[in-house]
Ligand binder design. Structure first.
Ligand SMILES: *Cc1c(COP(=O)(O)O)cnc(C)c1O
Length: 363
């Protein structure tokens, strides 16, 4: 019997990059594969889209080194830059590009002794106030980077939206304006748009777009489904029923007796739990898909198991497949956005929490 399994449709990933290309036809694509490709398996994902990717974005040097070790030759960018001066020789040797957002990084670059120059993307704080150089300091950072012997002459500019899914709040216009101010008339490649920017802000596409969540076929917000944007969900998370129990009315189920049957019913037990990365804090009623039907989770999620209320008349049997999100072989879908809405999280969190115990299958 199959236990917790994430099935990844590589063709969906390829389709989603085509869709990004359609939305941003004049931009190069920096495919974001940090956090194990949002739980989809970084190495397999990176390899599958190598012909379409113009580069890859990661959050840690270790991730970049894995990609290089597997033979990826496209540009790789550290989205938050390097964290320690000791990282710089690796960047130089492995041709890994870096964001620069702070003085300590600039100083490390200025005092390093390296065999090769490093490609730098200057991070601008256009309004998110998380990482980035503030507008009044941009000219000085740029000047010092240009003067630095360890830095390749062509410096890119990058920034990040904080409210790009809010189409009418006016803040993205402000960030766009600040970013354009910062770049001025410098001959530099620019990158501002992540998923929301790609979908909603064509004027932010510039030279490079940085698709993360939409690349995986997931909507950036729970209000819309990825399929509404012409995207194909890549991941299906599934497992099997390992027990079907008949209960009379008034029986508590699971730890703490948190849920009590209101009538005679059948309870299904599924081999998947928070040890696989499914959230423990899901409200009763969160759906799973069994034989094409939505069935509610009841009681507390355990480490290795989840209980569902199959209903008294259910014909579900031990061994039947259970879909937590994605699609069953007959094409019945349970969108991850619907699950995220029930759980009260964003889908990003659901996929990145998948643990190494989950079997990864690619097709
Ligand atoms: C994670 C990340 C992205 C991708 O964001 P999505 O919303 O998943 O598209 C893009 N740019 C930066 C700097 C990031 O950290």
């Amino acid at each position: 019997m199959k236990t917790a399994t994430a099935t990844i449709a590589l063709s969906a990933l390829q389709h989603n990059l085509q869709r990004v290309k359609q939305l941003a036809p004049n931009s190069k694509i920096l495919v974001i594969v940090k956090a194990n490709a949002y739980g989809h398996g970084m190495e397999r994902v990176a390899e599958a889209v190598q012909p379409q990717a113009d580069g890859y974005g990661v959050a840690r040097l270790a991730e970049a080194l894995v990609l290089r070790a597997q033979g990826i030759e496209k540009p790789i960018l550290l989205l938050e830059g390097f964290f320690s001066a000791d990282d710089l020789p690796h960047l130089a040797q492995q041709n890994i590009e870096t964001v620069i957002h702070s003085e300590y990084q600039l100083q490390a670059l200025e005092s390093a002794v390296l065999d090769r120059k490093i490609k730098v993307w200057l991070k601008i704080d256009s309004g998110m106030h998380r990482l980035g150089v503030e507008l009044p300091q941009v000219a000085e950072f740029y000047r010092r980077l240009q003067a630095c012997v360890n830095v390749q002459p062509q410096i890119n500019f990058v920034s990040h939206f904080s409210r790009a899914e809010e189409l009418a709040c006016g803040y993205s216009e402000k960030q766009l304006h600040n970013f354009n101010q910062a770049v001025g008339n410098k001959s530099a490649e620019r990158s501002l748009a992540a998923s929301n920017g790609i979908l909603f802000w064509p004027e932010s596409h510039f030279d490079w777009v940085r698709p993360g969540i939409i690349f995986y076929g997931i909507s950036p917000t729970n209000e819309h489904l990825a399929t509404e944007y012409g995207l194909q969900p890549a991941m299906t998370l599934s497992s099997s029923l390992i027990a079907v129990r008949e209960l009379v009315r008034g029986e508590p189920v699971g730890y703490g007796g948190a849920w009590v049957s209101q009538q005679a019913t059948k309870i299904g037990v599924i081999a998947l739990g928070y040890g696989d990365g499914y959230p423990r804090d899901v409200p009763s009623g969160t759906p799973v898909l069994i034989n094409g039907q939505r069935v509610p989770i009841v009681g507390k999620v355990s480490m290795d198991m989840i209980t569902v209320d199959l209903g008294a008349d259910s014909t579900a049997q031990v061994g039947d497949e259970v879909i937590f999100w994605g699609e069953d072989p007959q094409g019945n879908a349970l969108p991850i956005e619907e699950v995220a809405r029930h759980v009260g999280v964003i889908s990003y969190e659901l996929v990145t929490k998948i643990t190494p115990r989950v079997i990864m299958e690619y097709r």
